[in-house]
Design a protein around this ligand. Structure first.
Ligand code: FAD
Length: 227
């Protein structure tokens, strides 16, 4: 954005507690620039760029949570890119199962930060020299990563999803955000878990609903999920 130096914020401002840790942030950028970021979307095939909703989310956040006076400021440039992620969440750096192929990817949010280390490791591999740094991200020698429990993963994701649903204004009265996120976590568990209790739980809910086939009956089912 085109913001004169005298009216730029003196520091980077970041809200680190956003869903999926993306954080709305503004960064003074050169003599007359202000960088505003960012959004985050998980995709498995390349796509055409940011969506209208993502633009809206950023601009809404900027004007309502940082500086409403920037509503008359020109947007000079739009940048987007990938944050490559691996299936276990850790980078893939070094030789792999295919002879002659080197991987330097999966760096997600940290690819710029990690670039010097990645370059040093890949250069050594290309020149057939010993790795100059400890490399915990070797694709062929992956240490066991402590996986979070399934249930904990679903609960964390449900909290993030709830936060996405609350955009752009981000508030529900009372403790409804917790209710919504607990309900979502329980529904995800019901849909995805394979333990025996799930079948029993479904049967109990069906019986409960059959006994009260009314809107109020469905509400009681909802109460069960919410707790
Ligand atoms: C908005 C945003 C903010 C970020 N902020 C940070 C940050 O603050 N700190 C940080 O450390 N990391 C940050 N990252 C993450 C970092 O940018 C990535 O981890 C890093 O860029 C990944 O590097 P890469 O080389 O794997 O992929 P890329 O940087 O995407 O490079 C891939 C290159 O390959 C080219 N390419 C693709 N297909 C072909 C083809 N068929 N033929 C030839 N060339 C091709 C592309 O044009 C591109 O130049 C951010 C990412 C985004 C999107």
């Amino acid at each position: 954005m085109d913001v004169s130096e005298s009216t730029q914020p003196p520091l980077v401002i970041r809200t680190p507690n956003r869903d999926f840790a993306c954080g709305l942030h503004v960064i003074p950028h050169g003599r007359s620039g202000l960088y505003v970021g960012a959004t985050n979307r998980f995709i498995t095939v390349p796509d055409a760029g940011p969506t209208a909703g993502e633009h809206l989310s950023l601009v809404h956040g900027l004007l309502h949570q940082f500086r409403v006076d920037l509503r008359t400021t020109a947007v000079k440039d739009l940048r987007w890119g990938y944050r490559p992620a691996s299936s276990d969440g850790a980078p893939l750096i070094g030789t792999c199962g295919l002879p002659g192929l080197l991987l330097a990817t999966g760096t997600y949010r940290n690819g710029i930060l990690m670039a010097p280390a990645v370059a040093a490791i890949i250069t050594a591999a290309l020149l057939d020299r010993p790795t100059p740094l400890c490399n915990p991200y070797q694709p062929t020698a992956r240490p066991d990563r402590t996986q979070r429990g399934f249930r904990q993963l679903l609960a964390e994701d449900a909290a993030h999803m709830t936060s996405v649903f609350l955009d752009p204004d981000g508030a529900l009265p009372y403790d409804r955000e917790r209710q919504l996120s607990t309900t979502l976590a329980n529904l995800l568990d019901l849909a995805l878990a394979s333990h025996q209790d799930v079948g029993l739980h479904r049967e109990q809910l069906r019986a409960q609903l059959a006994a009260h086939p009314t809107v109020e009956g469905v509400c009681r089912v909802f109460d069960t999920w919410e707790t």
